[in-house]
Design a protein around this ligand. Structure first.
Ligand SMILES: Nc1ncnc2c1ncn2[C@@H]1O[C@H](COP(=O)(O)OP(=O)(O)OP(=O)(O)O)[C@@H](O)[C@H]1O
Ligand SMILES: [Mg+2]
Length: 277
């Protein structure tokens, strides 16, 4: 059983090992059972606005995101994808239903604890990158570390590792305006991984990118999952990207209509082993 104090512990940021190594199940962060899903959503309802103008964005959504997988949510514009991600990321609250992230029931968290959960366990990547224009790539990646008051030396090392992970070490001193769209999104992913989140939430991370750059960003997200053990939950309209996910859910009119069957793969690409262990 962990208390909310486990979330803000300074003891979680001591190793300088793998760039995005999540602290899950390890000694340093007592957490949920490894077999528990990273995200569990049950009967979640969210209505925007009220009265005749009310929009029932989610009408009773249930699904799980298993640990260590790349899960994609698809669905037409307005289907409720962003609403769902915002709820899971603790940026919004459901009207009904239950959301558990990394063993923590979000309903039990006040604003402060929710903010700490977001900071320490969840990384966010948005379609619009969201980088600070006046900061260099390295400084942008370091922002979450500054917020946690990580000492300068440790911060520099971690930023360097993260930039290497996303293949942008040579571009550390450039500002977002001096980087391509794909490079900016890679900086945003590095920043999202800074605090070693258990879960990376990405809302249309490739929405603004051309086909080739989309591939690069998808390669990186796959590497984050396969190499760093981070769980990724993303939305995308792109069928090619969905094909590279471990699981795809479809949202339609506020309901999950397709329950995560792994998508078809290109010939020659072996499916990931279903691990029951
Ligand atoms: N803050 C809000 N106030 C009122 N209605 C909203 C709000 N946010 C979302 N909605 C409505 O809720 C529904 C779901 O929106 P949402 O943004 O979750 O869809 P989406 O699947 O992410 O779409 P897209 O693919 O265009 O990003 C839409 O009908 C939208 O108009
Ligand atoms: Mg959206």
């Amino acid at each position: 059983m962990h208390t909310e104090d486990d979330m803000g512990g300074t003891g979680t940021g001591t190793d300088t090992g793998g760039a995005g190594t999540p602290a899950r199940g390890g000694a340093e962060r007592p957490g949920p059972e490894a077999a528990d899903p990273m995200v569990s959503v049950r009967d979640v309802v969210r209505t925007h606005g009220d009265g005749p103008a009310a929009v029932r964005a989610l009408r009773g959504v249930s699904f799980d995101v298993p640990r260590g997988e790349l899960v994609a949510v698809r669905g037409r514009s307005g289907a409720g994808k962003t609403t769902l991600l915002n709820l899971i990321g603790g940026l919004d609250r459901p009207d009904a239903g239950r959301i558990v992230v990394d063993g923590v029931d979000l309903a039990g968290l006040g604003e402060k604890r929710m903010a700490r959960l977001r900071r320490d366990r969840i990384g966010f990547v948005f379609q619009s990158f969201g980088l600070v224009p006046v900061l260099t790539a390295a400084e942008n990646v370091g922002v979450p570390l500054r917020m946690r008051k990580v000492p300068w030396r440790e911060r520099e090392e971690r930023v360097d590792l993260l930039l290497a992970l996303v293949g942008l070490r040579e571009h550390a001193a450039q500002r977002p305006g001096e980087l391509s769209g794909g490079q900016q999104q890679r900086v945003a992913i590095a920043r999202a991984l800074a605090n070693r989140p258990s879960l990376l939430i990405a809302d249309e991370p490739t929405g603004r990118l051309d086909a080739r750059t989309r591939e690069t960003v998808m390669d990186l997200l796959r590497a984050v999952v396969d190499g760093e053990g981070v769980t990724v939950l993303m939305t995308t309209h792109d069928g090619d990207l969905q094909a590279r996910a471990d699981r795809v859910f479809e949202l339609r009119d506020g309901l999950v209509v397709e329950d995560g069957a792994p998508p078809e793969r290109e010939a020659g690409t072996p499916p990931r082993e279903a691990d029951g262990a």
